[in-house]
Design a protein around this ligand. Sequence first.
Ligand SMILES: [Zn+2]
Length: 221
Amino acid sequence: MISLERAAELARTFVDEDPRTSQVDLIPIDGEAAVVDGAAYFGYQNRGYLETGDPSRMTIGIGPVRVDLTTGACRMLGAVEAGRLGLFEADERALPGPGDWRLVGPELLDAWRAAFDAEPAAADLSAPCPRCGARDLHRWYRVDDPLDLDGTFDGVRAAAHGWLTEWCAACHLCHEDGDTFVPDHWRSPYDVPEAFEMKFAPRHVEAARRAGLEAGSGRYE
Ligand SMILES: [Zn+2]
């Protein structure tokens, strides 16, 4: 039986020597390693995409490298075949539907929180996105039931229970908290018509933000 470390080396050599991928710089994806039924799988993706988060630099259609743990034989799976295997937890952070929306992963969560906590209750942040660097971070609260009692949480006066969406409009990284408190100085700069019907869907909030900008409602500056 080949060790996982040895299998990772075999996969790396296989990718480096595979003529079909010689035009792209593929590197292992952190955390994407799994062992299933006597084979190890290692996720690979374009270095430029992994380092910048720029979706245009993603290499489409490739799946992970499969290494047979008995023979050491390697092959690259197609994306569809890999999807059926459901190998990596990282896939669970991708939201279904258009736009490649993705939940903030643990590797960026500290930086994400630092950016948003530094500008509490701002609808549009000045800090750059921890993933793509664009200054296009936004937050929005849906205001739910009022609080029974006056409350102060983390030094912020709360007015109501609410649902918080935070997102980057450039790379579509996002985060939600469906059970939070709305600061009493929060004022929504635009309406989100579907807000009370939808489950978590940051693309709808972003669409409402853009509609507000285009309408020049005067409230959104
Ligand atoms: Zn971003």
